[in-house]
Write a protein that binds this ligand. Sequence first.
Ligand code: G3I
Length: 358
Amino acid sequence: MKVQIRAYVPLITTILLFSDCSTIKNTAGGGVPSLKETYKNDFLIGAALGARYIQRSDLRADSLIKRQFNAATPENVMKAGIIHPGWNTYRFELADQLVEYGRQNNIRINAHTLIWHNQLPGFLRNMEDADSVRAFFESHISTVASRYDGKVYSWDVVNEALNEDGTLRNSIFLQKLGPAYVTEAFRLAGKAAPHTELYYNDYGIENPRKRAGAVALVKKIQAAGIRIDGIGIQGHWQLGKVPYKNIEESIRVFSGLGIRVMITELDLSVLPEHAADPYPHGLPDSVQNNLAREYETLFRLFLQYRKQISRVTFWGVEDGHSWLNDWPVKGRTNYPLLFDRNDVPKKAFYSVIDAGKK
Ligand code: G3I
């Protein structure tokens, strides 16, 4: 019996190789380089995964994800409004599936996010009573963070708590719990998830005023003797306006606080903010080339700081399902990522690979 099986091994291998190439032809399959391999000695390469990827309803994208990424962030399914829709109701199914997907495929999960002013459960939105808000805050953090402790790698504990001028955003948490809520969230998360890294995550914190606010937050948490392991610069930037100098300065300043720095939600919008829908049928070569050039410049910068940066995560897998098709104007056709709507690597993908080959 043993001999017979061995005789079939080359045939089976050939069939598997062939079927792999034929099903994911022209996508990130055979022959196409891998981001996670190219950057394996530098930092993790992640993608935000929407429910369609977590439920594996798209097999072509599934093989791309496994080949290209070694980190993932749930785009929505761990947000409070989805995972904790009623006072005593939790819906863990999709989050559990994502965690299992990560375990099976060596993909590190960054859980996102415990405390955020957006995508909150309906019952919380108009809550007047501060004690009830505190009860939600405490039970939400301890229930959700402890469930995934040791199963996810990290949590974005607090997301987007700052205004552009570095002051605290006027969220329900600030209103009802006061400014200490950020430190308190980290204390509770540390207690519930002692084996999980804990991060603060925000957009625009590369800009000096907001950066100063983020530094103050981190220092306050540290001064209270509470653990914070890293800070995420989201990286939602616009083609032609990427703030390279501010990004570089922020990586230096944040890592100087003794914490990890990550680029957590990278995408480059190619559409002017309020234009109608300039490229509904495809991206002109000139813009495609600019996108490739800017991505390459960014990754060369990230590589200079490879000792400080632990992960670079794209906010999505391919252009067709990027949130930027619906923001700030609904229903436009944007092209912010490295893979096109057919999962085919774009010129920008190859420029990121080239940057990584050094
Ligand atoms: O699930 C409902 C569905 O039932 C309904 O039919 C449909 C109708 O519009 O909406 C669906 O919910 C949408 C949800 O995404 C899931 O697709 C919401 O409308 C939509 O607002 C929501 O957008 C998400 C957004 O956060 C909410 O603020 C985006 O997918 C997600 O990419 C985005 O991610 C955020 C990060 O968490 C934090 N940083 C900024 C980043 C981009 O905004």
